[in-house]
Design a binder for this molecule. Sequence first.
Ligand code: FAD
Length: 440
Amino acid sequence: MTGENVKTAVVGGGPAGCAAAYYLRKHGHDVVLFETQDHVGGRTSQLEREGFSFGSGALFLMGGIYPRTHALLEELGHDGELVPWDARTQVLDDDGQRYRAKFDQVVSFLGMPVLSWRDKLRIAVGVARTFLSPGPQSCFDGAELAKWDTGDLESWSRRVLGDRGTRYITEPYMGFLYAVPLGWLSPALFHAVIKQFHKLSLSVPPGGAGQISRWIVDATPGLELHLSTAVEKVATGPAGGYRLQAGGTTHEVDAVVMAPEPGVAADLLEGIAPDHSVRTLRECPYSDYAHVQVGYKVNPWPKFAASVALPATTPRAWGACVLQSHRHPGSVPPGGEGVGVYFYTPPLADMTDDEIVEEALAAITEVYGPAPRPDVIELFHYPRGLSIATPGHYARMDVLHGQMPEGMYLAGDYFAHAGIEAAILSGERAALNAVAGAPR
Ligand SMILES: Cc1cc2nc3c(=O)[nH]c(=O)nc-3n(C[C@H](O)[C@H](O)[C@H](O)COP(=O)(O)OP(=O)(O)OC[C@H]3O[C@@H](n4cnc5c(N)ncnc54)[C@H](O)[C@@H]3O)c2cc1C
């Protein structure tokens, strides 16, 4: 199946689906993309409110550990527009002490005075050994990570960085990125990050993370884009290929890239893919995830020095506070400020939405000092926010590619763990496999 007149449907217009559509069009497929919402971007979308641009999900790109994302943005002529984020960080200790670091410079965490020389030596040796020994070369390639997925992150970190390295480096880091206890996670990602820490830098598109998907579809001429159109059913076609029902219309296509979250993919693949594959997709673990974005028309703390505050351990319900004007200047009106408060998953189970908002406001006062009630408050609460890369996750997901019937390709960030790079890499691979007619 190559070249002209092959028609491929893409289900889902997040970064994975948009990247798939781009590469399919580039290789000559006719492409129809269906997206439930009235815009592309999925969990990277922006919400515009009263002069503020709130991120509904993703905050930043991570430089050299996001190679496929940067390669795509380079190809589209937008990589040079990314705005660097310096991510000056304060790590908050349980006793209220604050230590300075830079989120994109793992080594800067060694400068925290709470770490003794003995701690620093232990951590430095652990980092150096990890850096020099074999390990995953990619942070977002599930097949690669699967080879290094042994044990759990908590045990791995305590062994490699020691208890205090775990408390002051691994917990704040991963608390911000994945918001679940370290024991729930595979060590493979953190292992890969340490091996590539010198490539890490943070940046944001000028219009926020949601701009990436818009850039991609704008650079995909001939794409048949159906917004506000959920795919309701997929069936095999009478003469091969697939028949999709979406928005009251039936579409016949030769191939499908399935790029919604795995629970939706499971529903749509019922009766098409093997039962055990559908079950694996449905059981892909997801975390409850919430964050609160608030906006002040007048900045209450114009001189605050850090951009990110991270608790060292988890007695607090939240895992990060982010000043939005530092990260993404265009996200606040002139003279204003925004804050995002990102919550840990376990406490959310016992919190009402009102309690989450009040806890966020208390966190803001604790971190930045007193402020009037914000002019705008927006709660983003996803019952299925981020896929969790539990031990064994990468291999469990990777085998699914080979179990799909002919002409059906899966994409989505859950093949690695949440992240725009994982989504774009998976979309690119699904498209290239569809072009080659390969089974995966
Ligand atoms: C709070 C939060 C913070 C994050 N921070 C970062 C970050 O800083 N950096 C980073 O790299 N990543 C971050 N992420 C993760 C990032 O947002 C995801 O990795 C990325 O959005 C995954 O892309 P995707 O295309 O796989 O899935 P999604 O973005 O979820 O897109 C799936 C799309 O499918 C659509 N869809 C669903 N069902 C159907 C259907 N039946 N028919 C048609 N369309 C359908 C959905 O509407 C959605 O648009 C964050 C996520 C969250 C929630």
